[in-house]
Write a protein of this length. Structure first.
Ligand SMILES: Nc1ncnc2c1ncn2[C@@H]1O[C@H](COP(=O)(O)OP(=O)(O)OP(=O)(O)O)[C@@H](O)[C@H]1O
Ligand SMILES: *[C@@H]1O[C@H](CO)[C@@H](O)[C@H](O)[C@H]1NC(C)=O
Length: 369
């Protein structure tokens, strides 16, 4: 009998996912404080590692036991080959990559300042960029075959739309990372079953006066959406889940005060991430509308400052765990603490991937039980 299996994260029935978006090489320079212009300083640590939202999120998912396939583009240069090798070593299927003989692969300098815990990214886009014609080089039908969910980081929107249309035809769920408003993102979002956004996105996209109101607005604008999550950095995350069948007979409750009362139920002494859920409610936002569902507040893990190394890729780590939760059919009350734990583990090491946990980490399984 394998006793250790109790502590290993269970494999979902269908662990196949597909991701489309950015990959690249990150050069991470950790410095004691952010440099002044024209100064000369030294790093405390230096790391060269694969990066890019999609590369990172799929690495997170793969370490949790999913079987990710990645669609992206690199050039056949030193960086591009390193990106492919690193993803392969992490169990990500790279056979659907487009590799161009000419050009350069995407590249990011990241200054990680240990004083203020900031991570400043200087990105050089890859060339030539991905165009829908590139997708002819790969077998899209075979890439999507049997997948439970397709993830988009919002980049390379023209090609993303082609893939999203095919995923819709095949009734595969779609998760979109909405980091900031981008060209073509609005069209892509109409395909979304699930949206995970960064803290600034909801209000930037909807012009609502608060994040909870913005989430109601996003739900109303995207009728196919089942849930929307906004991460809030060290403050955790907020999620609005739609429940279509029930709730018309419910009395309307203001979404801001609902969220406020959830945050007040947080226990400040607990270090591990938790989730506080509302009952089924009709959430109203004046001047926007109302939606029936549940609101969740997920707290972040409390990381002692001596252990907080680098928040680069925290959002990607979180999304990798959300992809696992969708495949494993975890309810939101388990999904949010699980994803927050994975994201927090990633904050304890330099770079977007070094701290990502493996499915044998016994604490991971405890979040799903
Ligand atoms: N300082 C922190 N302490 C604990 N957890 C954190 C911290 N920063 C981020 N996290 C966790 O990571 C999740 C995602 O973080 P954040 O909201 O910063 O994502 P993001 O802005 O999309 O990040 P990135 O663009 O770097 O990937 C949060 O919901 C939280 O669970
Ligand atoms: C990349 O270039 C090398 C030679 O530098 C070649 O051997 C290899 O086949 C090329 N790979 C691809 C995918 O084109």
């Amino acid at each position: 009998m394998d006793l250790s299996s109790n502590y290993t994260l269970p494999l979902p029935e269908n662990p196949i996912i597909v991701g489309f978006g950015g990959v690249g090489v990150d050069i991470l320079a950790a410095v004691p404080s952010f440099p002044k212009p024209d100064s000369k300083i030294r790093t405390t640590h230096l790391k060269v590692q694969g990066g890019g939202n999609t590369g990172n999120a799929l690495t997170s998912a793969s370490r949790l036991g999913l079987k990710p396939r990645i669609i992206s583009k690199v050039a056949n240069d030193t960086q591009g080959r390193a990106v492919l090798e690193e993803l392969k070593a992490d169990g990500v299927d790279t056979s659907y990559f487009v590799v161009s003989e000419e050009g350069n692969s995407p590249f990011t300098y990241i200054i990680v300042d240990s004083q203020m815990n900031t991570r400043t990214c200087i990105h050089t886009a890859g060339y030539p960029s991905m165009v829908p014609e590139d997708l002819r080089q790969i077998n899209l039908l075979s890439a999507l075959n049997g997948a439970r969910v397709v993830y988009f980081d919002g980049r390379m929107h023209e090609s993303a739309l082609v893939i999203a249309e095919e995923a819709l035809r095949q009734k595969i769920s779609i998760l979109i990372d909405a980091e900031r408003p981008r060209e073509g993102l609005n069209d892509l979002l109409t395909f979304a079953d699930y949206v995970v956004c960064s803290e600034k996105f909801p209000q930037a996209w909807t012009e609502a006066s608060s994040i909870p109101r913005a989430l109601v607005s996003i739900m109303l604008r995207l009728p196919g959406l089942k849930f929307v999550i906004s991460t809030l950095g060290k403050d955790g995350c907020i999620m609005l889940e739609k429940c279509v069948d029930k709730g018309h007979q419910l009395e309307e409750t203001d979404v801001d005060s609902s969220f406020e009362s959830l945050t007040q139920r947080r226990g400040d002494s607990i270090a591990m991430p938790t989730c506080i859920a509302s009952p089924l409610t009709r959430f109203g936002a004046d001047g926007i509308g109302s939606i029936s569902g549940r609101l969740y507040f997920g707290t972040a893990e409390k990381i002692p400052s001596s252990e907080l190394i680098d928040t680069t890729g925290a959002g990607d780590a979180f999304i990798g765990a959300v992809l696992y939760a969708i495949c494993a059919k975890l309810p939101p009350e388990k999904m949010l603490p699980f994803a927050s734990y994975v994201a927090a583990a990633n904050c304890r090491a330099l770079g977007a991937r070094s701290g990502l946990p493996y499915r044998t980490d016994p604490l991971l399984a405890s979040f799903t039980q």
